[in-house]
Design a protein around this ligand. Structure first.
Ligand code: SF4
Ligand code: SF4
Length: 729
């Protein structure tokens, strides 16, 4: 829901809650009275519909890789303990921690009897015997990493001096009569544990990649008392025998990273006497679900105009299914776009070259092991409306930003998987989800600097977790289900997003733009055969808006976005971009890692403020105002960089394997308001189905001249339909 206050002047490391306003004490309180951390079990056999059962394997995978390899080349990161603490805290907030604190690790917080998630052993046994069906290439590496981590003895944390403490706030409890709340009852601790673990596992990996040892501790596997560390780091205090946070009371879950990485510590909270009331939440920390059902989502999706068909034409009978091998990143790896691109794409160098994204990559890889599987033998819950309400509720409860349900027609599937095997669609239903890439960090970025790749990976990782858990839930309920992630997906997500009413086609090309999140998003889908009520496509006037605006095309550093009209490509009407140019830039550009500048500069990239409502209303309801709104966006300098929000370090992977200040100038872009980009001056290429590669894992020549000719041969949807009527297609 819209906020009144902007947080434009608040640095990212401070987070949404004003912890800096709390009274502190220099003395560490007596920790002996702090209640011991209770180990969580994810086994809910007595409640087979509970989402907790479906979280079990994901929690085990995270616990299995809470430690690991420490980079032997120490990185050249700042020495200042305060700068280090601010950086690490900002990374946690970027990953959606509610609050973060740092403490010196007190010896008494080490548990005499550490607890370990027993599901790890069960999972290790399953993985050892499992024959994975259609997992993406690189899966052997992922499995080897996971098995090694599972079998490795827990590293001693005796040398760790500091504790990074991550707090996840609990959601509102579902009301007794709330529709769609059947699966999420009594799951607050487990949801909190899952989300806090994701952040702690990534941050521990990040610190190890920088060259310092670190280990994550969760409520299911820990060597330390999480509650004591919450007190030591100033995130909670004892009040009448209970652990209380001044803003959220006892409704929170903690995860911790212990490390030898020196950081400035926070002071504990000053003791309070009596039953102190909670501090009123500030506008920055409002919960969108306070007065809305979870099934409705956190934005007023119910206000959008629904239509029978997407606002762009799809010739469903003639959509050309293509093999996964046609993906430009696959083509880059096979050397079909040149040696330079191949070298940069090999082994995912564009992800490894920045430490934050490489830290996220390991968990993303591990989750691929869980995204598919066999369903339980007995089917439950066949009511389509009840299923739809439960699916939406659980997705929003776990943190998806927008969810839509639709059919999953055969034409939305790739023709062949990554290894060249034909794909036979087995699921006819899809749960599509959108994950916001995050406004704050986007504000501090140029869109193509050293955080760009991590912005994408953060959203991909969040979907892999949420989508993976939901796919498992559906299988637990007796239905086939698979999460289609960036690592291993068999469906094209843009058409599913259109069918599910999550957005419209935008000028950016394959990016579907959502009216509340703009283009600042990544998507994922869970396909299944569970019956569910569907959403309808939406029409919020974007076609007219993009016709009057070409800011993304003007600002694209590679010139990949068309300044011209929508054209027919493989059966879809879209503003077809030059994916070859975009991929080449993203993979090889030296001033950062990857790119999302088109998302950053789009006028629909909004903070979610009340003051933005007139813009959104006019854009949706007054098509003739689109040129004025697009002009106004430029006049107000929207899409420029807000330096207050810059929190990441511009470090690049060096030849020694450490991360060091990049020798190349960092991308830092101003708006190109004076550039008058003309369609007739652009030379764009496309590779439609007739130019697509074979489906197999060996090279296939790519001819850009043919691609340019193919672009010039594309026609508008009107001309295409006329040809159809004349029987010419
Ligand atoms: Fe960057 Fe590609 Fe977007 Fe252009 S189209 S701004 S290269 S991500
Ligand atoms: Fe459409 Fe303008 Fe956004 Fe591009 S920048 S997607 S043209 S609204």
């Amino acid at each position: 829901m819209a906020r009144f206050l902007s947080n434009a002047r608040r640095p990212v490391h401070l987070g949404r809650f004003p912890l800096e306003t709390l009274k502190r004490t220099p003395d560490l309180p007596d920790l002996s009275g702090v209640p011991a951390t209770r180990q969580l079990s994810f086994d809910r056999k007595d409640d087979p519909e509970s989402i907790v059962n479906a979280m079990r394997d994901h929690q085990a995978v995270m616990d299995a890789i809470r430690g690991g390899f420490v980079n032997t080349s120490k990185s050249t990161c700042p020495d200042d303990p305060l700068e280090r603490a601010n950086h690490i805290k900002a990374f946690c907030h970027f990953a959606d921690a509610a609050m973060v604190g740092v403490a010196r690790l007190p010896a008494q917080s080490l548990l005499e009897q550490p607890f370990r998630n027993s599901d790890i052993d069960r999972l290790a046994h399953t993985l050892k015997t499992q024959q994975t069906k259609t997992l993406a290439s690189g899966i052997d590496m992922v499995m080897a990493d996971l098995r090694e981590s599972m079998e490795a003895p827990s590293k001693s944390i005796a040398a760790h001096s500091h504790a990074l403490v991550i707090l996840i706030e609990h959601q509102r409890d579902p009301r007794d009569d709330e529709r769609g709340a059947d699966w999420i009852r009594n799951a607050q601790d487990h949801r909190g544990c899952l989300l806090a673990s994701e952040i702690a596992i990534v941050l521990a990996n990040y610190i190890r990649l920088l060259g310092w040892d670190a280990q994550a501790h969760t409520q299911s596997t820990s060597d330390v008392c999480l509650n004591q560390l919450a007190v030591a780091s100033g995130l909670a205090a004892m009040q009448d025998g209970a652990l209380v946070n001044p803003f959220v009371g006892s409704r929170f879950t903690i995860a911790v990273v212990t490390t030898e990485f020196e950081m400035q510590t926070d002071l504990p909270l000053a003791p309070s006497s009596g039953d102190k009331p909670l501090i009123k939440r500030s506008a920055l920390a409002e919960n969108p679900f306070e007065n809305r059902d979870f099934a409705e989502g956190g934005h007023p999706f119910e206000t959008l105009r629904r239509v029978a068909k997407p606002t762009t034409y799809i010739d469903e009978d003639r959509v050309a299914r293509v093999p996964k091998r046609a993906d430009m990143f696959a083509r880059a790896q096979f050397g079909e776009m040149g040696k330079r691109l191949q070298d940069s794409a090999k082994g995912g160098h564009y992800v490894r070259k920045a430490a934050p994204s490489f830290a996220q990559r390991r968990l993303l890889g591990a989750f691929t092991l869980l995204q598919d599987g066999e369903p339980a033998p007995d089917r439950q819950t066949s009511d389509p409306q009840r299923n739809a309400d439960n699916l939406k509720t659980v997705s929003y409860f776990l943190g998806a930003d927008a969810v839509g349900l639709s059919a999953c027609p055969d034409w939305t599937w790739y023709s062949h998987d990554a290894l060249g095997a034909p794909i036979v669609p087995e699921h006819d239903q899809a749960v599509s989800m959108i994950i916001d890439q995050g406004f704050e960090t986007m504000e501090g970025a140029s869109g193509d600097d050293w955080i760009a790749v991590s912005q994408s990976m953060r959203a991909y990782l969040r979907f892999s977790l949420i989508g993976g858990v939901i796919a498992k839930q559906l299988r637990n309920l007796g239905y086939k289900a698979k999460a289609h992630t960036v690592m291993d997906g068999e469906v094209l997500q843009p058409p599913l997003l259109l069918l599910a009413g999550l957005g419209e086609v935008s000028r950016i090309g394959e990016v579907i733009l959502n009216p509340f999140l703009g283009p600042r998003l990544k998507s994922g889908a869970v396909t299944t055969d569970m019956p569910m009520a569907h959403d309808q496509p939406i029409d919020f006037g974007l076609q007219k808006f993009c016709e009057s605006c070409n800011k993304c095309a003007r600002e694209c550093p590679s010139g990949a976005i068309t300044a011209g009209p929508k054209l027919m490509f493989n059966g879809y009407e879209i503003w077809k971009s030059d994916s070859q140019k975009c991929t080449t830039y993203r993979v090889t550009q030296p001033g950062g890692a990857m790119c999302g500048r088109c998302m950053k500069t789009c006028p629909w990239n909004l903070e979610g403020l009340f003051i933005e409502k007139p813009f959104r209303w006019a854009a949706m309801n007054m098509p003739s105002a689109a040129p004025l709104l697009a002009w106004l966006d430029d006049a107000l300098d929207k899409g420029t960089i807000n330096p207050v929000k810059k929190w990441w370090w511009d470090l690049e992977l060096g030849e020694d394997g450490g991360y060091h200040p990049t020798p190349t100038p960092v991308n830092h872009r101003e708006l190109q308001k004076d550039l008058d980009l003309k369609y007739e001056d652009q030379t764009l290429a496309v590779y439609p189905a007739n130019l697509a590669p074979h489906p197999y894992a060996y090279p296939f020549p790519m001819n850009r001249d043919q691609g340019i000719e193919a672009y010039q041969a594309m026609i508008t949807a009107e001309a295409y339909q006329k040809r159809l009527e004349a029987g010419q297609t």
